[in-house]
Design a protein. Structure first.
Length: 229
């Protein structure tokens, strides 16, 4: 079981290439970050005082891979906490992180013809794996990544890195304004019944895709979801 550690971190860089979408890089001020691909963290904007317990926080998947010095996350401004992040996070400001959590890729799974399905920023935990040396061990992995439009795909550099690490990676990009939404029936028809399916994205998408795969008799242990449960 992973040892959960609290890290004081400094905001190293913030990118805002699309309205309402931010990519933040965080540098540890209390020793190197330790986590595995696909894991997630808690981030709090408030000062952490041990005598008062852990403050309000929000979960974020690590987009970076464990060999990176910085942790990278991408978030969409949707609720009260992310609105605070939008207004309060500045380069050089301090936050506290608590990590690692989750076992997305630690769970036993088939690394042959593995199917990765993501919606929007749900691609980030996959990138944590795809840009890590361990991704070499996958045989003919397949990614289906859905975005509202081409501008929302902020991840081309990381996907190019993934192809360099594993040339067998098949990348299918689906842009809603051109191609419609991700279709789980079509994805299933092109897949192998022995494949492991990883699903990450909006909760409703995760539930619907998981339900469909179970209905077509894909065993539950072959379906892995990034829902922070």
């Amino acid at each position: 079981m992973a040892i959960i550690k609290k890290y004081l971190a400094e905001v190293f860089n913030i990118e805002n290439r699309i309205e309402g979408i931010y990519t933040v890089e965080l540098k540890s001020m209390s020793g190197p970050f330790k986590y595995l691909p696909g894991q997630f963290m808690h981030l709090t904007l408030d000062e952490y005082k041990p005598s008062e317990g852990w403050p309000e926080s929000r979960c974020f998947s690590m987009q970076s891979n464990p060999s990176d010095e910085l942790i990278r996350i991408t978030y969409a401004v949707k609720g009260q906490f992310t609105c605070r992040m939008q207004h309060e996070l500045k380069v050089n400001c301090k936050v506290t992180l608590k990590l690692p959590y989750g076992d997305l890729f630690v769970q036993e799974h088939n690394k042959i013809n593995t199917v990765f399905i993501s919606g929007g920023t749900g691609i980030t935990p996959f990138l944590s794996l795809f840009t890590n040396f361990s991704f070499e061990s996958y045989e003919n992995p397949i990614l289906y990544a859905g975005f509202r439009n081409e501008k929302m795909n902020l991840y081309q550099d990381e996907l190019e890195t993934a192809k360099r690490i594993n040339a067998g990676l098949e990348i299918n990009l689906v842009y809603q304004d051109k191609n419609g939404i991700l279709n789980i029936e079509e994805i299933y028809e092109k897949s192998n019944n022995n494949s492991s399916f990883f699903i990450s994205g909006p909760p409703m998408m995760i539930r619907e895709f998981q339900r469909f795969l179970i209905q077509v008799n894909i065993p539950k242990d072959q379906i892995k979801t990034d829902d922070w449960a």
